[in-house]
Write a protein that binds this ligand. Structure first.
Ligand code: SF4
Ligand code: SF4
Length: 342
C-alpha cells in the first residue's frame, strides 16, 4: 500500500483525479476500480508493487507496429481495472475484485528495481504496462518507468484511454508510447451498457493530452457484432483520429472472439473487418491494420509508392525492408520509431 498521487479533498471526502471516473470517495471506502481506498483523509493505492503477470512479448503484440518493431518488451500487470468490459479477454485478472469480491490484494511483491533488472536480464529494451489497465497501478508504473528511463529502457502503456490529462502530464516524461484501445468505435451507449462507463469524453481528452505531450500513439478499435454494424460510429472515430492525431496514426481494427460474459456473441465476420479497413483507408488513414486475423492485414506498406516495408505474421515481425525510417524504393519517411521517440 502506498499513498496515491492525484487526489484532493472535497469536504470530508476524497476526489480521485487519476482517471476519468473522478470518484468521490468517503472514508474507509474504495474507488470504482476497487484498488484505491480513502483512509483517514488520504487516498491509498492498495496494489503498489503487487504484480499478477510478468511476460516477455513481441512489441507487435501490444499492438505497437511502429515503435521499435521486431523488439521484445517486458510486460507487467497488477490485478484490477477501472472498466468492467463484458468481453474482457483478461477478465480473470482485470475483474478479480468485482467477480470474486476479494477483500485482499492479489499478486506477488515486486519493486521497480526488480522489474527493471528482470527486463534487462531478459534482454528487453522496453517495458509495457499492459493486460489490465495501467492507470490502476499508476504509482508503481510511474516509479518503474522513471527508473527504466534512467537505465535506458523505453516504456509503453496499453490503456483504455481513461487517464485524466493530469495523469498523462505526470507520466509523460517517462512514457514513450501508448496503445489506446477503443471498443465499439467509442459508441457512448456501448460504453454505458457493456463497459460501465457513463461518459466517453475523457478518452478524447486523454488522447489530446498524449498528443500534446509527444507520446507516440497507436489506436485499436474492437469491432463487436451487434454494435455499430452500419459503421457510422467507426467513420466518426476515424475522422476524429485523422483530424486530431493525424493520418499517420497507426490504426488497428480488432476482431472480437466470444469470451467472458459475451460468450454467446459470434466472432466478428471477416467481411466486417475488411469493410472497416476499406473505410479507414478511404478516409485517408495511411497505416491501417487488422488484428486477431493472423496473416491478414498485418504488413506495413509505403503510403507513397506501395512498397512492402515490414512483414508480420501472428503479431511477430518477420522482415523489415526499411532503411532507417525510410522506404527503400521511393525514400519516403515512414513514421516508425527505430530508435528513440519520433
Ligand atoms: S482510478 Fe478511477 S476508478 Fe479508481 S478511484 Fe480513481 S477515479 Fe475512481
Ligand atoms: S479496459 Fe481492458 S482490461 Fe479493463 S475490463 Fe476492459 S478489456 Fe479488460
Amino acid at each position: 500500500m502506498k499513498e496515491a498521487v492525484l487526489w484532493h479533498k472535497e469536504d470530508d471526502k476524497i476526489r480521485c483525479d487519476l482517471c476519468g471516473r473522478r470518484c468521490l470517495i468517503s472514508d474507509r471506502t474504495f474507488g470504482a476500480c476497487l484498488v484505491r481506498k480513502a483512509i483517514d483523509g488520504k487516498l491509498y493505492s492498495l496494489n503498489y508493487g503487487k504484480l499478477i503477470a510478468l511476460h516477455v512479448d513481441p512489441i507487435e503484440k501490444k499492438p505497437l507496429f511502429h515503435f521499435l518493431p521486431g523488439n521484445f518488451t517486458f510486460s507487467i500487470a497488477s490485478a484490477g481495472c477501472n472498466f468492467s468490459c463484458r468481453f474482457c479477454c483478461n477478465y480473470d485478472i482485470s475483474q478479480v475484485y468485482r467477480d470474486r469480491r476479494l477483500e485482499h490484494v492479489v499478486g506477488d511483491e515486486y519493486s521497480p528495481e526488480d522489474v527493471v533488472n528482470q527486463a534487462l536480464s531478459e534482454g528487453c529494451r522496453i517495458i509495457s504496462y499492459t493486460y489490465t489497465e495501467p492507470t490502476i497501478f499508476f504509482e508503481f508504473a510511474y516509479d518503474t518507468a522513471k527508473l527504466a528511463h534512467e537505465r535506458g529502457i523505453k516504456n509503453t502503456f496499453v490503456t483504455n484511454g481513461y487517464m485524466t490529462p493530469e495523469a498523462v502530464r505526470m507520466i509523460a516524461p517517462y512514457l514513450d508510447a501508448a496503445t489506446v484501445d477503443f471498443k465499439c468505435s467509442g459508441d457512448p451507449e456501448c460504453y454505458r451498457k457493456v463497459i460501465g462507463i457513463s461518459d466517453v469524453k475523457p478518452i478524447y481528452d486523454c488522447l489530446m493530452e498524449m498528443k500534446k505531450q509527444g507520446i507516440f500513439i497507436e489506436i485499436t478499435n474492437l469491432v463487436i457484432p451487434g454494435f455499430d454494424d452500419d459503421m457510422s460510429g467507426f467513420r466518426d472515430l476515424v475522422r476524429w483520429i485523422r483530424d486530431n492525431l493525424g493520418d499517420e496514426t497507426p490504426l488497428h481494427i480488432l476482431r472480437f472472439f466470444p469470451t467472458y460474459r459475451f460468450s454467446d456473441i459470434p466472432d466478428t465476420p471477416l467481411e466486417s473487418l475488411r469493410k472497416a479497413y476499406e473505410l479507414a483507408r478511404q478516409e485517408g488513414m495511411k497505416f491501417v491494420y487488422l488484428g486477431n486475423v493472423p496473416g491478414q492485414g498485418e504488413n506495413t506498406y509505403c503510403p507513397s509508392c506501395g512498397e512492402l516495408l515490414i512483414e508480420r505474421f501472428g503479431l511477430m515481425m518477420s522482415r523489415s525492408r526499411l532503411v532507417g525510417d525510410r522506404c527503400p524504393r521511393c525514400g519516403a519517411r515512414i513514421p516508425v520509431a527505430v530508435g528513440g521517440r519520433h
